[in-house]
Ligand binder design. Structure first.
Ligand code: GMT
Length: 386
């Protein structure tokens, strides 16, 4: 059994969820899993066997206008690796986590400890922040200095190779869903509150950042609602929420749209939905689309990034060009207007979600860990292969 350190962003967001669920699954199998973050990951219960949480306290000093988080994290990593005798560090996100892990590794080397650093790329570090010319060299460096790297989709792998000077082999290990913990039996009482007259229920879940194009969700719904009796649930919060609320008032559909804020109850909400809308500008994978499909909810999404690897056009839903709200609304109507057709799409979405069952993906992570550890034992670490 391994002692694994996991570093991630602990807030609402796909990468933190993937890191947390992976850690939980590894702990269930008897590995000792140590989460090292600045606050407790949202989906983590720390009173579970084999799970440990180490909070990074950020050093504040009046001279520092910006608290040096990277310094605090590197120091914490050194401390936890030494005292818990970790076998490896699995960091989620190149910046700053892979960058910081490299620094921690150098410090530990001085003490004769050679800890493998495994990095998983989730997207924003490559496709959004990573586009900054200023950060490019630091991101390339962090990726190249990792002992092993994975990306969550083939598209993200190719995008990383295109955008940076990458000298590492990048393995693709997609996001996953733990069906054993996914109870989505429909809550009929909730359904009758949201849609008292049997209206179709559409849902969008995100952090309402500009990349999610939440105003497109409202526009799609506005077009659709002219032909289909429907309600829309908007789950999450973020910088574009106010604009989206205003738009729904301006379009006079605010009585049909509910903004419910952040929720810990995603499966319950998905359990009553008929269609998921994800018109993002880009999405390296789209974990939330996978969660919807696991709840038998077909998806209307854009066709960018890794989304077409998850949402299969004209099978599990539809994919369209970014911003083409008319086509997205048309496809939504096509799915919803015929009960048998809707059932067919639901079944296909559910079937496709099983491709990403944790039971299939976890062994790939375990294999990855073991192969890098083997190479550390035999030659002090070399580029890993799957
Ligand atoms: O975009 C988000 O909602 C959050 C973001 C994150 O950094 O946590 O998600 C990214 O990682 C997820 C897990 O791998 C992917 O499913 C999301 O597609 C990806 N977001 C983007 O690429 C914009």
């Amino acid at each position: 059994m391994l002692k694994i350190g996991i570093v991630c962003y602990p807030t609402f967001g796909g990468s933190g969820i993937v890191a947390t669920e992976l850690g939980k699954a590894l702990a269930k199998k008897g590995n000792e899993v140590h989460f090292i973050t600045y606050s407790q990951p949202v989906r983590l219960d720390v009173f579970v066997e084999n799970v440990y949480y180490h909070e990074v306290s950020i050093v504040e000093y009046p001279l520092f206008e910006f608290a040096p988080y990277e310094l605090s994290l590197a120091s914490k990593l050194v401390d936890v690796v030494k005292h818990e005798k970790l076998d490896l560090l699995h960091v989620h996100y190149a910046i700053p986590h892979a960058y910081v892990a490299f620094m921690a590794k150098q410090i530990l080397m001085q003490e004769g400890i050679n800890i493998p650093i495994l990095t998983t790329l989730h997207g924003t570090d490559i496709t959004l922040v990573g586009k900054s010319e200023l950060l490019g060299p630091a991101i390339s460096f962090a990726i190249n200095q990792s002992d092993c790297v994975t990306a969550v989709s083939e598209n993200l792998k190719q995008e990383t190779i295109r955008s940076f000077d990458i000298k590492k082999n990048i393995n693709v290990i997609p996001n996953f869903i733990d069906f054993s913990e996914y109870d989505v039996s429909p809550d009929l009482e909730l359904k009758s509150i949201i849609a008292p007259n049997g209206e179709k229920i559409l849902i969008h879940i995100s952090n309402f950042r500009p990349v999610k194009r939440v105003e497109d969700v409202i526009r799609i719904f506005h077009i659709l609602a002219q032909d289909i009796d429907a309600k829309l649930i908007m789950v999450g919060d973020g910088p574009q929420r106010e604009n989206a609320e205003k738009l729904s008032r301006d379009l006079e559909i605010d009585r049909q749209v509910r903004f419910v804020g952040k929720s810990q109850d995603i499966p319950r909400l998905l359990g009553i939905a008929d269609l998921f809308i994800l018109p993002s500008e880009t999405e390296s994978f789209g974990l939330v689309a996978l969660e919807a499909m696991a709840a038998k909810v077909p998806v209307i999404s854009s066709n960018t990034g890794g989304l077409p690897e998850v949402n299969i056009n004209n099978k599990t839903g539809f994919t369209h060009d970014v911003g083409d709200v008319v086509a997205m609304a048309k496809s939504a109507r096509f799915i919803l207007e015929d009960a048998n057709r809707l059932e067919g799409f639901k079944e296909e979405a559910y079937k496709q979600a099983h491709e990403f069952d944790l039971q299939n993906i976890l062994p790939r992570y375990e294999h990855w860990y073991n192969s890098v550890l083997d190479s550390f034992k035999t030659n002090g670490g070399m580029d890993c292969v799957e």
